[in-house]
Design a protein around this ligand. Structure first.
Ligand code: ADP
Length: 394
């Protein structure tokens, strides 16, 4: 059974086609700069990478081009070879607590969310509608980044602001990366053979969040109403004092949109290092002794540790600490520095075991108070898995 996973953003579409019998990735790639000049696609198939500039006017067109490509590359004979399509949707607000099969009611709710949510763009609904129209026999499933976080209680998801903001405008913490944190919890369940454990899950990549999980349920998570909050990220600031915003608006003569752009795209590692948002570049500069890179990494580590410490207290201790995503899976010095700061909680790691990248491994020592693991999360595969489960159990 082949499942197609899609992740649409305003100017790009990421796709992965899996053979679900053995969860083998057949082909994947991205369409970028959709609706802009010099749009192009990248397709990775059989160890080869095809990059081609092509006019792509809209996300609608992209779906047609993708299906044509899959057929012309002989990956599928026709759309009938695709058993289901899974869509990653960032925002499900409090309307969705789990992945769902798409029907008219779900689409109506997605439209409502698109209208009322600043972080979301209607791109996902557009792609889902297009898939339903052009491939009416193929079921579509939506997998929400927010669904796993819906178990947070009121005390956690409310901000200490006028209650009316929540009641009338829906201002609350949603948290994102829920699918990845859920996957980390499931992997730890397989490792422990039980569900009653306390987990602090650090999904740290270009974006990132830390989640507190107890008995397989999300208790708290670092991202909030939107994904700019929480820990420091590649280009996002994470939590800051809101009064900074009008102050810098005045200093730089910028409007609110421009300041939000700075907080989302020019902050984090990039902002502090004035060099790069990529931890690989920052690590390389740190090795040369570059002071700004060292400061940026220190601050990054500090913000992750702040959340781990907060969640350690919230959970009343922790059984496991997990690192995943680009930085978590690959950055040996970041993991080491985070764990060094947790030594006061009894965390101990084996430096040789920590010296790995892209592998599932326990890096803590036997006498560590908390088990520390590096886990690999493939978000596109998680979407395909949910899609398969839902269409099988229909
Ligand atoms: P996202 O899904 O949020 O876009 P990823 O999980 O793909 O991000 O992570 C990408 C980031 O991971 C890069 O921007 C970089 O900072 C970091 N990264 C990837 N490989 C390495 C590496 N070998 N060493 C250190 N950091 C890495």
């Amino acid at each position: 059974m082949k499942i197609l996973s899609l992740y649409a953003q305003s100017n790009s579409l990421k796709f992965s086609l899996y053979e679900m019998k053995d969860e083998e990735l057949i082909v994947d790639g991205e369409f970028e700069r959709i609706g802009l000049d010099a749009s192009f696609y990248t397709i990775r198939l059989d160890g080869e990478k095809i990059v081609q500039e092509i006019e792509i006017n809209s996300l609608d067109d992209t779906i047609d081009i993708l299906i044509d490509k899959l057929i012309s590359l002989d990956v599928i004979k026709s759309v009938d070879d695709i058993a289901g399509i899974g869509h990653r949707v960032i925002q499900g607000r409090d309307k969705f607590t789990e992945s769902v099969i798409v029907n008219d009611d779900v689409l109506a709710k997605l439209d409502e969310i698109d209208e009322s949510t600043p972080i979301n763009s209607p791109t996902n609904s557009l792609v889902i509608k297009k898939c339903r129209e052009s491939m009416p026999l193929i079921p579509n499933v939506v997998v929400f980044d927010t669904a796993f976080n819906q178990t947070m209680d009121e005390e956690t998801y409310l901000y200490p602001v006028p209650y009316k903001w929540y009641k009338e405008y829906g201002v609350r913490k949603f948290g994102f990366h829920g699918t990845s944190h859920r996957c980390n919890a499931n992997t730890m369940k397989d490792i422990y053979g039980r569900e009653d454990f306390r987990l602090i899950s650090c999904h740290i990549g270009n974006t990132g969040s830390v989640a507190a999980i107890k008995d397989m349920k999300c208790v708290d998570t670092s991202m909030g109403f939107t994904d700019v909050s929480g820990i420091m990220m590649g280009t996002k600031s994470g939590d800051i004092d809101p009064s900074i915003i009008p102050y810098v608006m005045e200093k730089e003569g910028k409007n609110i949109g421009e300041i939000l752009n700075d907080l989302n795209k020019n902050s984090g590692l990039l902002g502090l290092s004035e060099y790069s948002s990529d931890m690989r570049d920052i690590n390389a500069k740190c090795d040369e002794g570059d002071e700004k890179a060292l400061l940026a990494r220190k601050k990054y580590v500090r913000r992750v540790v702040d959340y781990i410490a907060q969640y350690y207290v919230l959970l009343g201790g922790a059984d496991a600490l997990v690192f995943s995503a680009g930085v978590g899976e690959n950055s040996v010095p970041v993991r080491r520095e985070i764990c060094e700061k947790l030594a006061c909680l009894g965390v101990k790691i084996d430096l040789d075991k920590n010296n790995i990248t892209r592998e599932q491994v326990k890096i803590s020592t036997e006498d560590s108070s908390i088990d520390v693991y590096v886990l690999h999360v493939d978000e596109q595969l998680l979407i395909a898995r949910d899609t398969l489960n839902i269409i099988k159990n229909r």
